[in-house]
Write a protein that binds this ligand. Structure first.
Ligand SMILES: *Cc1c(COP(=O)(O)O)cnc(C)c1O
Length: 199
């Protein structure tokens, strides 16, 4: 296994479901970026993040019709998983920094491009002028943290094959396995802020 001691793993503070105070707490402990899933919350917390010097990552499933509203507020789009989104981002946020989301769980409702379509999507996004920095994936909901390992390993392999830099994988429940498998960014909500309030 790749040595991970002292490896550089960023912690993305996932503030979805929490108020603006969570953004401030993240800044206070020295974190550099927040992750948001929903347009309405992102619009509300982006000014707080900006004032605190934190970047904003969009990590929820993305609908093309939301791109226009969010362009200019999002520093990294982590869930680009189809050509339609590439086209919309190229139009509304030219040169945007993106990650391609890979579907490693096959679970409905998570989004992601099938692994065998990733290379083409990465190439198309680059051709469209987007800056493809890496790949992102969400582990399976059931099966415990070990169930995520094969998918994480496959995504890390793709990142290396494609010569990319960022590998966004791991959440509160499976972040140790993600780091062991080569994550460069873990996206952490409940392990930082406690249980999310009901939406
Ligand atoms: C909510 C969410 C997270 C954070 O999940 P926790 O279990 O609270 O750490 C990470 N990534 C994505 C894509 C999410 O939707």
């Amino acid at each position: 296994m790749r040595a991970r001691v002292g490896a550089d793993v960023q912690i993305l503070a996932v503030t979805k479901g929490f108020g603006p105070d969570a953004v401030e707490s993240a800044a206070a402990v020295g974190l550099r970026a927040i992750g948001e899933n929903y347009a309405r919350e992102l619009l509300a917390k982006a000014p707080v993040a900006s004032a605190a010097g934190l970047a904003v990552h969009h990590i929820g499933q993305l609908q093309s019709n939301k791109v226009r509203q969010l362009a200019g507020l999002v520093d990294l789009w982590e869930t680009v998983d189809r050509s339609r989104l590439v086209a919309e981002l190229a139009r509304r946020a030219p040169g945007a920094r993106i990650l391609v989301q890979v579907d490693t769980s096959g679970e409905a409702g998570k989004g992601g491009c099938p692994p065998d379509g990733v290379a083409d999507l990465v190439r198309d996004a680059a051709t469209a002028g987007l800056r493809v920095e890496g790949l992102m994936t969400v582990g399976p909901t059931s099966g415990g943290p070990e169930a995520a390992r094969p998918g994480f390993r496959a995504v890390r392999r793709l990142v290396d094959e494609l010569g990319l830099a960022t590998c966004s994988m791991g959440m509160s429940g499976d972040l140790e396995i993600a780091v062991a498998e080569g994550s460069t960014e873990v996206r952490v909500g409940t392990a930082l802020f406690g249980a999310r309030p009901q939406r």
